[in-house]
Write a protein of this length. Structure first.
Lengths: 267, 255
């Protein structure tokens, strides 16, 4: 008979298995404690602790400054990502179904994948000046080859048997694309969205840092310029919190809903 | 409606150049209300015949005829049941059947109703909102059969639909197929490598040679419906078919 002080319940599952969220909380707490401990050994101008940083996070949220800059960054990311997504899907599918197209664009994709995003950010500023076009273009051009490659793999992995079935039942192009092809591409679309967005944020911050006058990247650079490490940390963390909320509040539920058919229940 | 193939030739390109003749001068007829089986060894071109009838492949020579008039095969309304269910796993069972109906031009509301009706025929109406991956292989194949029948096709094509199932499930599904088929009596072209299954199901059995395939013989199964797989008359017919295909009886080898 198990003693009541053990950490396993009657079925033998540990607390950590029954409450996965406890593991996340424990991990975050450990990080914060480690941060706090390390920070106390350094001056705040180098490594501020979590308490002053989170206090500042609260301030920038409440004052509305965060909303202003977040909106600016968000719009740039949204526009650039959307363009890259649309063009990337079209190009990826084209290359997936047409061998000549694949061979033709392969060179551009390889080149596109290797040029550093910083180089593109600088080029975009030179071409388009200090405007909204520069960051949007940068995001677009950096993301495009990645999204294309991702969708291309999805297109190549299409189940031809199911396509043949739809042809036998005389499904027209619209039905074929909507009901047969797109659902098969969804996992690839989700993956492209995830890393596309995460890359887009990073690229935007770089572009803003270089030559814009608002946005999260701009604020991080500005804080660095006035030697306020607390602000550097605060803006970064505030931004990260929004990203995490987006991932867990939007992407993960969407993914669950869209892939629910995969979970087989034995009848 | 009588559907025929006349003088069909079909070649496929080989990997290293040149071509391989798969079908050579294939002529056959499926009469109205007839259940026709094509028997032959695996890989001899049985599926190619079905794909030509379905309009998915164009023959290199020969014609597809409906009531003796040449027809572009893609104009026939085809119900196709494949070896594997080939369901859309991301759609519910009901939506899978409705998919074929929508493709055939049926309205969404009527498609839903007809889907339910045909699922009830295969005794799967309870599962209308479930997803294919929750179902067993036999159940998925029944959905595929419901899907093919729901569109009231001019011709039902079946490509060894029970060969991937265990024998018990296959037996049940054969009987169920016949039960449902007898209500509508759609012309059927059923391809199989199992000669006994062929004589159990068919009004007429066409024996296909090896590659390049041609019809060796047509055997009429004159027995009434309500057949038993173990019926000695069926076993005798099976033996005839195997003899035509050159497959000796195990006991005969000893002489």
């Amino acid at each position: 008979m198990k003693s009541s002080s053990s950490s396993t319940d009657a079925q033998g599952a540990s607390i950590w298995q029954r409450w996965p969220i406890a593991v996340h909380v424990a991990s975050l707490s450990a990080m914060l404690l480690a941060w706090h401990a390390t920070a106390s050994a350094f001056p705040p101008s180098l490594l501020p602790g979590p308490i002053p940083v989170f206090k500042r996070v609260g301030e920038i949220f409440v004052s509305g400054r965060f909303a202003v800059h977040m909106a600016a960054t968000l719009l740039r990311v949204g526009a650039g990502f959307f363009l890259a997504f649309v063009v990337g899907i079209g190009l990826g599918i084209l290359m997936g179904v047409n061998r000549t197209a694949e061979r033709f664009f392969e060179a551009e994709i390889v080149v596109g994948l290797t040029i550093p995003s910083l180089a593109w950010a600088v080029i975009a500023l030179m071409w388009f000046g200090i405007s909204e076009i520069a960051p949007v273009f940068t995001i677009f051009i950096v993301l495009l080859p990645l999204i294309t490659v991702n969708i291309l793999q999805g297109a190549k992995a299409l189940d031809h048997e199911v396509i043949e079935m739809a042809q036998a039942f005389r499904a027209r192009r619209a039905m074929m694309i909507r009901d047969v092809v797109i659902p098969q591409l969804v996992p690839y679309l989700l993956a492209a969205t995830r890393f596309g967005l995460s890359l887009a944020w990073k690229v935007t911050v770089i572009a803003e840092l270089l030559g814009l006058s608002n946005g999260i990247g701009y604020m991080i650079h500005y804080s660095f310029g006035v030697f306020s490490m607390v602000d550097v940390f605060a803006w970064t963390i505030a931004f990260t919190l929004v990203m995490v909320a987006f991932e867990y509040g939007l992407l993960k539920p969407l993914e669950t809903r869209v892939t629910s058919w995969r979970r087989a229940v034995a009848f | 409606m009588q559907i025929s193939l006349r003088g069909i030739h079909k070649e496929f390109p080989r990997q290293n150049g040149g071509s391989m003749a798969v079908l050579r001068d294939v002529s056959l007829t499926v009469d109205a209300g007839e259940f026709c089986c094509v028997v032959g060894a695996s890989g001899c071109g049985k599926s190619t015949i079905l794909n030509i009838l379905a309009g998915l492949l164009l023959p290199d020579a020969g014609q597809v005829l409906v009531d003796d008039a040449t027809l572009d095969a893609s104009r026939l309304r085809i119900g196709y049941v494949f070896q594997k269910p080939r369901l859309l796993n991301w759609k519910s069972v009901g939506d899978n059947v409705a998919f074929a109906l929508r493709a055939a031009g049926v309205s969404a509301a009527e498609a839903r109703a007809r889907a339910l009706h045909y699922l009830a025929l295969v005794r799967l109406d309870q599962f209308v909102d479930e997803f294919p991956l929750s179902l067993s292989g036999g159940m998925q194949q029944r959905v595929a059969i419901a899907r093919a029948l729901a569109i009231a096709p001019d011709l039902l094509l079946m490509d060894e639909p029970f060969s991937h199932l265990d024998e018990m499930t296959a037996r049940t599904l054969r009987a169920e197929l016949l039960r449902i088929w007898q209500q509508a009596r759609t012309p059927v072209m059923f391809v199989t490598h199992n000669a006994l299954e062929a004589v159990y199901l068919a009004d007429k059995v066409l024996i296909l040679s090896g590659r390049p395939a041609t019809i060796l013989k047509s055997v009429r199964v004159g027995l009434p419906r309500d057949r038993e797989m173990e019926d000695p008359r069926l076993v005798q017919l099976q033996r005839e078919i195997l003899d035509t295909l050159g497959i000796a009886a195990p006991n005969a080898i000893r002489h």
